[in-house]
Each structure stands twice: as C-alpha cells, then as structure tokens.
Design a protein. Structure first.
Length: 270
C-alpha cells in the first residue's frame, strides 16, 4: 500500500465529517426564504447551482459509503465544472448569467423532436421567435461569417456550450482553478472515457485470473475533498451576492478544513 492510499484511508473519516457539516449548513441556508429580483440572473443561476451541488455531494457520500469510489470521483468532476462555470459567470454578472439562462433556447432547439413542434405549432412559433431574437448571440464564427456574406446558415449555427464556447479548461484557468482541473478533473477523465489507464488501474492480474477492484480510497478522498470545495465555493457565491448571512459559517468551516486536512487534494480559489 503506497503512502497516498494510506493517507487517504486516514483522512476519509475527517473528510466525511466535514462534508456532513457542510451539507447541514447549506441545507439550513436553502431552507430559508431566498428572495431576489426577477432580472437578477446571477442570483437565479447561483441558487440553481447551489441546489445541484448539494445533490451531487450527497450522491458522492452515498457512493463513498457503498465503496463505489471511482464513480464518486465522476460526480466530483462534474461539480468542478459547475463551480468554474458559476465563478466564470460571476465575473461579469450583468451579462454571463443571462447568457446561461438564454442558452435554454438553444437546448430546446437541439433536443426537441421536430414532430413535437409540428404537433404544437404555438410552441414552435414561440421558439422560432426566441431564436430569431436571441439566437444570433450564440452564433459560431462560421455562422456569423455566413450571415455577413448573405449565405445560408449551418444547420446548427450555435455554440456547443453556453460559456461563449469556451471549454472547461479555459473556464478553470480564467477563475484560477487550473490546479483543480489538472489534478482532479483531467485525471478522472481517464475513467469517464474508458481509457486503458482508467480501467487498467482497477484490474489486478494474478496468473490466469483478472480481479476487479471496486475500492480506491485515494479517489474517495479526492471526491469528498473536491465535492466539499465545490459546494462551499458555490454557496459562498450565492451568499455573497444576496447577503444571506451564512458567509461566516462557511468561511469558518473552510478554515478548519484547510487546517486539519492540509494536503494537495483541494486548494482555495483566490
């Protein structure tokens, strides 16, 4: 057993306790009436992301407790993506959160079967009007060039992502979370993409037999640490923006976490 695994096994009970405390704080935060103006798109986005991050972290706990450590890391991976997306949007609260909300129009355009729209002409007309009004905000460079030249637009002229088509790595770099991306997000990619490295690390060959290992304490510890940070940072955005008076509790919890578990699994965002 290597030192990393030994440390993970030692840290798991503390990590699990910190996560339990954080979940309790965020549940208390969300249990209270949260009011914001209809045009406060950052508030809407931060509230939605906080609720989703809470659900994700609970799922990580369930998987870790059941010994499904590698799948817990997959959820931590998506939590990092959500955190960086929110922090990136919060850098320009007057425009980016609205961009995120309006991208739902593009989602509708892509996922709804044309036959459904045909059966509901009113809904189809509403979507067409929204696409006409807001769609150009999401045009790719190729689509913009075609429009400028008076040529037909591509069949799907829109960004693949709401974040101005920036990949996750760019978002992480822009919010100074490149370390999270390199050490956790990218590392877990080998598992989510079924690479030989991802699957191979779970296999143990003993003569003619191949055994599959479900447990991976280091990945369990990483999932809990990354999940803790993702929910805490997301809740801080919501609290700071709407002045919900939970910032002190969250900051104190983070300080204790860093003091008692000072390793390289999780790093504070500046």
């Amino acid at each position: 057993m290597n030192a990393q695994v030994e440390k993970a096994i030692k840290d798991l009970p503390k990590l699990r306790q910190f996560v339990k405390e954080l979940i309790a704080v965020v549940e208390e935060l969300l249990s209270r009436p949260i009011r914001y103006k209809p045009d406060d798109h950052l508030a809407f986005m931060a509230l939605g992301f906080t609720c989703a991050q809470l659900e994700h972290l609970k799922a990580i706990c369930t998987l870790v407790d059941a010994g499904h450590h590698k799948d817990a890391a997959l959820i931590a991976r998506t939590m990092i993506e959500g955190l960086c997306g929110l922090l990136w949007a919060a850098q320009r609260p007057e425009s980016r959160p609205l961009l995120w909300r309006r991208f739902s129009i593009i989602d509708d355009f892509r996922i709804v079967d044309p036959a459904v729209w045909k059966a509901n002409p009113r809904a189809a007309q509403e979507l067409e009007e929204k696409l006409k009004r807001y769609g150009p905000d999401f045009y790719t460079k190729k689509a913009k060039q075609a429009e400028k030249q008076g040529k037909p637009l591509p069949k799907d002229p829109y960004w693949r992502r709401w974040s101005e088509d920036h990949p996750v790595k760019d978002l992480c770099d822009e919010v100074k979370a490149g370390d999270l991306y390199e050490r956790i997000y990218r590392d877990v990619s080998c598992w989510i993409h079924w690479s030989p490295r991802g699957i191979g690390r779970c296999l143990e060959v003993e003569g003619p037999q191949v055994k599959y290992r479900m447990d991976a304490p280091d990945m369990a510890a990483t999932a809990l640490a990354a999940g803790f940070q993702s929910l805490l940072e997301t809740a801080l955005v919501l609290d700071s923006h709407l002045e919900l008076d939970f910032g002190k509790k969250l900051e104190e919890l983070r300080t204790r976490f860093v003091t008692e578990l000072s390793d390289q699994r999780s790093s504070r965002l500046e």
